[in-house]
Design a protein around this ligand. Structure first.
Ligand SMILES: Cc1cc2nc3c(=O)[nH]c(=O)nc-3n(C[C@H](O)[C@H](O)[C@H](O)COP(=O)(O)OP(=O)(O)OC[C@H]3O[C@@H](n4cnc5c(N)ncnc54)[C@H](O)[C@@H]3O)c2cc1C
Length: 535
């Protein structure tokens, strides 16, 4: 049976749910999401959402800060639009029920400041901003009769006109998606007038990441396979310090710990940051991440250590109650123990290329949030601009999609063929999936991580091609599972990151290669664009 709606939304973080709430005023919305509805990167955002809310701040200042962080390749028109639409977009979130922290007087929002921002402009909900945003959006979506949510449904592939025609077509378009109902173990066909990718980032491509498990780059991989343009995949942002512990896979140790005097040390106790920057442990985020990566690789260590044991324990406990409490749960008392830390993949600046309405170059397909490359972040994201970008684009894409969902598309829905599992059988070799998954994440970390070289990228490309051949073989012979869907996607994302990194022959923003250490403003100052070539 084909499930039809006016809008199909893939993903239920801030991007997907904000879009759904606005599109639902104009038609029916099906939201598919691969775990329970709230599971998303949105839910883990701690810091907040950036926007100009103070008389001491200005749009121009927010724009300048974003451009500086983006290292010369932000799209200035996009930056201006996102910044200027920020305050109204945040008011919409507040109307949907998001409660941001107010000042002690209670009459204004409490604005904090983060690295790279020249003014106080981060709205937050204590230190659990994302959880509060997700809570409010989920509640609003649940109450909306035009929104139907399908949990534990993982989109496998987009349905394109070319797929329906079983051959390349000159006017390709998107008609919906094939989606695996994980619990029901069946592939369902979702057909829609407009399809929105809001499937988040791809941190799971790397061995260490602070992203949740859902961040396997599915949306970018699906869009690329369907023929949409993808851009700037080389720009993966790494957070310098996450707790290195087998059970604490996503736990960030805030930069504020270094702000209060913590020192990074090697296993033998050597403090190393003075070798890398005159600000030592307070150097910018990318420099600290690169320094840690270099120390780990040079000395063959699995992690480095963050030491704040020299500060009074009462101060540490009261300044960092959550971090202290969480570390204690893993048997580490930061007032006495050095904390083992590693950098971790944090945010994907590249993604599916879109215009200012979130439209991809595949008609009928939109992409917003972390899955998209809008031009806002350029080569490096300014802190707390990502939640803002997702929310602003949700409004723009919803307005555009509701205007353009055409009768013609609606009429064509019945032609869509159902998923054909062919002669696929159940696999008794799931070890192939876990082995390939581990191998990809490890070599992406070692060869395509924080510090790159031409040789490492070549090695990584050779490996990914081999693994992809094995996955393709496996993919069509065995009944599809969510693990297999994600494995195929992280392999595709790896290929895209390596391809973009190979094309950028300079160091800029988050892309740092020893073979081209300088920024090249003659040839480099442009987006890296890739598109699948069909035979
Ligand atoms: C630890 C952490 C802290 C952060 N702190 C901040 C911060 O303070 N400020 C800030 O601006 N940004 C922050 N970020 C980044 C920000 O949270 C994300 O960029 C943003 O939430 C992305 O929103 P999204 O809606 O695009 O994707 P997500 O919130 O990740 O949602 C993606 C959704 O898609 C679903 N999905 C994925 N693939 C499929 C598929 N194949 N089929 C069906 N569903 C699928 C997922 O299950 C999920 O529901 C942080 C990120 C992390 C990880």
């Amino acid at each position: 049976m084909v499930i039809q709606s006016d809008f199909l939304v893939i993903g239920s973080g801030i991007a997907g749910l904000s879009f759904a709430l606005q599109a639902a005023a104009h038609g029916t919305v099906a939201v598919v999401t691969k775990r329970e509805i709230a599971e998303s990167a949105t839910r883990y955002a701690q810091g907040g959402i950036a926007s100009v809310f103070s008389s001491e701040d200005s749009f121009d200042a927010h724009i300048d800060d974003t451009l500086v962080a983006g290292a010369g390749i932000c799209h200035e028109d996009v930056v201006r639009m996102v910044v200027e639409e920020g305050p109204q977009t945040i008011r919409n979130l507040i109307e949907w029920g998001v409660k941001f922290t107010t000042t002690t007087k209670g009459d204004e929002y409490d604005l904090t400041r983060e690295g790279g921002h020249s003014a106080r402009r981060i709205l937050h909900a204590e230190d659990i901003t994302g959880r509060e945003i997700e809570r409010a959006l989920v509640e609003a979506a649940r109450q909306n009769p035009n929104i139907q949510v399908f949990e534990y449904h993982i989109a496998i592939d987009l349905i394109t006109c070319a797929k329906i025609a079983r051959q390349p077509v000159s006017n390709n378009c998107c008609k919906g998606a094939y989606v695996l109902d994980i619990n029901g173990k069946q592939v369902r066909t979702f057909s829609a007038g407009a399809t929105l990718l809001a499937s988040g980032g791809a941190g799971k491509v790397y061995l260490y990441t602070c992203n949740p498990d859902v961040a396997s780059g599915d949306g970018v991989a699906m869009a690329y396979r369907a023929g949409a343009t993808v851009a700037n995949m080389e720009f993966m942002q790494f957070h310098p310090t996450t707790l290195f512990h087998p059970n604490a896979k996503s736990f960030l140790i805030s930069e504020a710990v270094r702000g209060e005097g913590a020192i990074l040390r090697r296993r033998d106790g050597t403090a190393f940051m003075e070798k890398y920057h005159h600000l030592k442990d307070l150097a910018p985020r990318d420099i600290v991440a690169r320094a840690i990566d270099n120390e780990m690789k040079t000395h063959g260590d699995d992690c480095v250590y963050l030491d704040i044991t020299h500060e009074p324990s009462d101060f540490v406990r009261s300044r960092f109650p959550n971090i202290h409490q969480t570390c204690m749960e893993y048997g580490l008392d930061m007032t006495k123990d050095w904390l083992p830390v590693v950098p971790a993949a944090h945010y994907l600046c590249g993604g599916v290329a879109v215009n200012m309405d979130g439209q991809t170059d595949l008609p009928g397909l939109y992409a917003i949030g972390e899955v998209a490359c809008t031009g806002l972040h350029g080569a490096n994201r300014l802190a707390s601009n990502s939640l803002l970008e997702a929310a602003v684009y949700a409004g723009r894409a919803a307005r555009h999609a509701t205007d353009t969902v055409s009768q013609q598309q609606a009429n064509a829905r019945d032609e869509i063929p159902e998923w054909d599992a062919g002669t696929a059988t159940n696999s008794d070799e799931m070890v192939v999936v876990s082995q390939n998954w581990d191998e990809i994440r490890r070599f992406m970390w070692n060869y395509v991580g924080i510090v790159r070289t031409t040789k490492r990228l070549e090695r990584a490309m050779r490996r990914i091609k081999l693994i992809q051949a094995e996955i393709e073989d496996y993919y069509w012979n065995f009944i599809i599972t969510s693990d297999l869907v994600e494995l195929r996607n992280i392999a595709t994302i790896s290929e895209l990151i390596i391809t973009c990194a190979q094309q950028r022959k300079e160091s800029r923003g988050l892309h740092y290669t020893i073979d081209y250490l300088e920024r090249d403003d003659t040839n480099g100052k442009q987006d890296t664009i890739i598109k699948k070539q069909f035979a």
